[in-house]
Design a protein around this ligand. Structure first.
Ligand code: MG
Length: 382
């Protein structure tokens, strides 16, 4: 088995990006870096470009272009700036696989460009499928492009499905840790702070996804992501809270048999599975010890307290541009919560209001998605 893959990492200075570079560093014979990109973290981007001998970098913040260019002047790294450059670098001939580790809606256009350039996608940007899952999956089919999930739950489902491609799925269970506020009442949630919300019990992640995890919106987005990745109906997707985060998700087949994928929570595993697929390569991550986890427990999510899960199910069932509106409003709500402008429970109200106000489009084009995203953000009024 020989793996030689040239990788573009969109969002290389974030949580997923830096962990992906750990995987590349541990496997220099298998993976090389073609492209690295960052929104604003110029210094880390420069250091990464030198350390991994990147062919090109993009600094999205154009005010930092001169600085990056000057710092890399002694190398042959090509330097680009601005969000529009992201859609160009993913199409470079040398790139085999594009890891989309951008946060939020910003991942949509670069992912479309990568698919159109026939690049394999390692998808860490779930919002792309939430916003425009129908368009993305159709486009990937047309271009014969594979989308490999990096999200740990979806990687788990994907791993359970290996060797089962023709066997009908009855349903899947996405596991949820429940986040830092599992078991809280609405009264307790009314006063939680962002410092509390940013402390996830099991996973080390970026700020946006950590808040989404605390509010269960992350699981809602993942439900929609799973629908598109695995071609499921809403009725086939269920969520179960599993506080230990050892069972990463489960598939139930039509004979009632269930398969689960397990392991200690570490994002580097799903990252490397997506980059090396269909191969498994050695990793020196700590191994699971049964004696550390004598009990694995499961419980129903509290959908009354954490309203976001049902808002996401509603958006998924409604289809069209509804999930795009949900996602846009949620991005605004999370940013506002992090800026102390909205309370923790207020985030769901922002999302619900935007979903009520949105002009519903049943069969949206890319232009409709772009317009919906803009409108939903405006209507949040934050
Ligand atoms: Mg996940």
């Amino acid at each position: 088995m020989e793996i030689k893959r040239k990788i573009a990492i969109l969002g290389s200075t974030g949580s997923i990006g830096t962990q992906a570079l750990d995987v590349v560093r541990a496997n220099p014979d298998k993976f090389t870096i073609e492209v690295l990109t960052s929104n604003t973290n110029a210094d880390l981007l420069i250091a990464q470009a030198i350390a991994f001998d990147a062919n090109a970098v993009v600094i999205v913040d154009t005010t930092k272009y001169e600085y990056v260019k000057q710092q890399l002047a002694h190398t042959d790294v090509k330097v680009f700036a601005g969000a529009a450059s992201l859609t160009q670098v993913v199409a470079f001939d040398a790139v085999d696989i594009v890891l989309t580790a951008l946060v939020g809606y910003a991942g949509l256009l670069p992912t479309i460009a990568a698919i159109k350039a026939n690049k394999t996608i390692a998808l860490a940007n779930k919002e792309t499928l939430v916003v425009a899952g129908e368009l993305i999956t159709k486009l990937a089919q047309q271009h014969n492009v594979n989308i490999y999930p990096v999200d740990s739950e979806h990687s788990a489902i994907f791993q359970c499905l290996a060797g089962e491609w023709n066997n009908p799925i009855e349903k899947i269970y996405l596991t949820a840790s429940g986040g830092p506020f599992r078991g809280y009442t609405r009264e307790q949630l009314a006063t939680v702070t962002k410092a509390q919300a940013l402390k996830h019990p099991n996973w080390e992640m970026g700020a946006k996804i950590t808040i989404d995890s605390a509010s269960l919106m992350n699981k809602g987005l993942e439900v929609i992501e799973a629908k598109w990745l695995f071609h499921l109906t809403p009725e086939q997707i269920d969520v179960i809270v599993h506080p230990q985060s050892i069972v990463h998700s489960l598939v139930q087949f039509t004979d009632g048999s269930m398969k689960a994928q397990m392991g200690l929570p570490d994002m580097k595993l799903p990252i490397q599975y997506a980059l090396a697929y269909p191969h498994r390569i050695y990793a020196d991550f700590p191994r699971f010890n049964f004696m550390d986890y004598p009990q694995l427990t499961f419980e129903q999510p509290d959908r009354t307290t954490f309203r976001n899960l049902d808002l996401a199910y509603y958006a998924m069932r409604k289809g069209g541009n509804m999930a795009c509106a949900l996602n846009a409003a949620n991005e605004v709500a999370v940013a506002a919560f992090l800026a102390d402008k909205v309370s923790f429970l207020g985030m769901s109200d922002v999302v619900e209001t935007a979903m009520q106000k949105i002009h519903f489009v049943a069969q949206p084009s890319l232009e409709d998605y772009i317009a919906t995203d803009l409108q939903a953000r405006e209507w949040c009024g934050l």
